[in-house]
Design a protein around this ligand. Structure first.
Ligand code: CUA
Length: 172
């Protein structure tokens, strides 16, 4: 009887820790009700908000920034994105194939990405730095090599970048 209490206690503790440590955004609710509003995984590059020219960081309204990325076996598109420090960044992501689960190493931020739906979450990175984005959901043979990158730069440096330079980490 005592054992069960200990196990229950540990489970509760684990759940409590996970819920505070790991900020994970799960599937949008409509996905479960067959809304069919999500992007077509097979046609991401053809139409809709995930066409190539629309990927990366984009200033939508003053003071807000949106990053659009696709997760697919076994890369992120774009593979590296540049964003400003200290600004709330809205991530909008979808998958072209399997379920992927990414985290921003060194932070508590994470995202689950599924085909046919858009996962949206807003994160703020206080200081400049480089964050690796590994995939944590087994998604196939190349899973362990699947990692993107987020480069957080000072706001004034970001402002001087051209739109094309915001979706690559290559130097000018
Ligand atoms: Cu994508 Cu594992």
């Amino acid at each position: 009887m005592k054992k069960i209490g200990v196990v229950a206690g540990m489970t509760l503790l684990a759940v409590a820790l996970l819920s505070t440590r790991y900020y994970m955004v799960d599937l949008p609710a409509y996905h479960f009700f067959g809304g069919g509003e999500g992007p077509d995984p097979a046609a991401l590059h053809l139409r809709g908000e995930f066409v190539e020219s629309n990927l990366g960081a984009a200033q939508e309204e003053p003071g807000s920034l949106t990053v659009r990325m696709i997760a697919q076996q076994f890369v992120f598109v774009p593979q590296c994105v540049v964003v400003p420090a200290g600004v709330p960044i809205t991530f909008r992501m979808t998958s072209a194939d399997a379920v992927h689960m990414l985290s921003f190493l060194g932070t508590d931020y994470g995202l689950k990405v599924v085909p046919g739906a858009v996962t949206e979450a807003s994160f703020t990175f206080a200081k400049p730095g480089t964050f690796k984005i590994p995939c944590h959901e087994f998604c196939g043979a190349g899973h362990y090599a699947m990692r993107g990158e987020l480069r957080v730069v000072p706001r004034d440096q970001f402002a001087s970048l051209l739109p094309g330079e915001r979706r690559t980490c290559e130097q000018r």
